[in-house]
Design a protein around this ligand. Structure first.
Ligand SMILES: *Cc1c(COP(=O)(O)O)cnc(C)c1O
Length: 220
């Protein structure tokens, strides 16, 4: 059952934050998640985010976890809690601009491209420090975004050692950036990694936010 699954996973992940990934689920299923007391929901498509935001209670924190097109930022800017998938300066600029229109500060994570062949999105390791450096040096121009950390997906493989080493790599990068830029971005604290198939490995590598769908909604 959904409530039991949430409880079991929350116990396993300790203090890490659980984002329930609601993609492909019915409103009825999501209501069960809500009734179980859960308030952090993740979607990978803007259209679904809008529909669900309209159909479910106001006090849900909505997370955008999928690839975000620049021209769609304006639709989610009024309410989005955290954008996990920032992968370009252009997108960051647009988020800042749309957040300003709504008099908001939108928390964002940079998405890193790890080994995962299934995801073609995300910044490369060379691009990331450059981008953070630029945004940090022009921080006054970025008053409507708050850089909160990093997100990454590991390869879809049964090789647990490989998965762990990809997560470890992301965490090392996270630690380095935090050491270098943490005073500029005091909320640089979130390391979003781990899904249904690999959250245990992610937690072992000190993930503090996991995005889980199927393991919560499976009925067996
Ligand atoms: C779908 C998705 C998840 C959750 O996947 P599950 O395997 O169902 O847990 C996590 N992160 C992203 C970016 C996703 O698109």
């Amino acid at each position: 059952m959904i409530a039991d699954n949430i409880k079991a996973i929350q116990e396993e992940i300790g203090n890490a934050k659980l984002v329930v990934v609601s993609k492909n689920r019915t409103i009825e299923e999501l209501n069960k998640v809500y009734e179980a007391g859960h308030r952090d929901f993740g979607e990978n498509r803007v259209q679904h985010l809008l529909e669900r935001h309209d159909s479910l209670p106001e006090d849900i924190n909505w997370h955008m976890i999928g690839h975000l097109q620049t021209n769609k930022v304006k639709m989610i800017a009024p309410f989005i809690s955290l954008i996990h998938s920032v992968d370009s300066l252009k997108l960051l600029n647009e988020i800042n601009k749309q957040a300003a229109k709504h008099d908001r500060v939108i928390p964002v994570l940079f998405q890193l491209h790890l080994g995962a062949e299934e995801s073609k999105f995300g910044l490369s390791e060379d691009q990331l420090p450059e981008l953070i450096k630029k945004v940090s040096s022009e921080k006054a121009n970025y008053g409507h975004i708050d850089i909160n950390g990093l997100m990454g997906m590991a390869s879809n493989t049964d090789n647990k050692e490989q998965v762990r080493s990809e997560f470890r790599h992301l965490r090392d990068l996270f630690d380095t950036i935090k050491a270098d830029f943490g005073t500029k971005w005091p909320n640089f604290q979130i390391l979003s990694m781990g899904m249904s198939g690999d959250y245990r490995e992610a937690i072992l590598e000190k993930s503090n936010m996991v995005r889980i769908g199927s393991a919560i909604f499976s009925t067996n």
